[in-house]
Design a protein around this ligand. Sequence first.
Ligand code: CO
Length: 161
Amino acid sequence: MAIRNIVKDGDEILTKKCRPVTKFDRKLHVLLDDMAETMHRANGVGLAAPQVGILRRAVVIDVSPEQNDVLELVNPQIIAYSGTQEGNEGCLSFPGQWGIVKRPNYVKVRAQDRFGEEFEIEGKELLARAFCHEIDHLNGVVFKEVCERMLTRKEIEEMNV
Ligand code: CO
């Protein structure tokens, strides 16, 4: 496994729509392993392939405090959602920036695993937020575009992150 470079704010790759994954091969497995390691090292809860420069529909998510519960979603689609939550959201591609983003409180996703096997997974609260945020990345959408407003520097200082 290896740490990959995270694409940052202003790079146009973050605005591009990703293509589906069609080959569930070793190259994909290495990408997913590297993405998980990169996400953990950066203390993030999610990372999408375009954030490491790959325009393919793959994301990793880990909302566990111990960083030991990685979810890999290949070609994910939101198939159901309900409720709303409003909260602070950041992104590894936008270090030090936070916004208030409204998301569904419950999200159900259909995706494929690293071998191409289809599965469904549900999430609430932070996990639902992560599903939405990461799938947005695959469509070239970043949280700054969907936020109610960005937090001020003072508000970020008070968050203590
Ligand atoms: Co992000």
